[in-house]
Ligand binder design. Structure first.
Ligand SMILES: [Zn+2]
Length: 79
């Protein structure tokens, strides 16, 4: 049943990536699947009030996000 467990974990981290991870000016956005920091930005929206949304792609060849081309959303809040 290891495959099912891995699939469940992938579904969970995909949900995290879809809902948005925290963006840090220092380490950028961390891939929720393989935890690589500074995932490359592939798109961003203009500041909306105190929030800025970016989209990232993980480039780790061993990461399912990279293999499947899953986009990671990040949210930066300027407080
Ligand atoms: Zn990754």
């Amino acid at each position: 049943m290891n495959d099912l467990k891995a699939l469940k974990e992938l579904a969970d981290v995909t949900e995290v990536a879809k809902n948005g991870v925290d963006y840090s000016p220092k380490i950028g956005a961390i891939c929720p699947s393989c935890e690589t920091p500074r995932t490359p930005v592939v798109g961003s929206l203009p500041w909306d009030g105190d929030c800025k949304i970016r989209y990232h792609k993980c480039k780790n060849p061993d990461c399912p996000f990279s293999v499947l081309g899953i986009t990671i959303k990040s949210i930066q809040v300027d407080s």
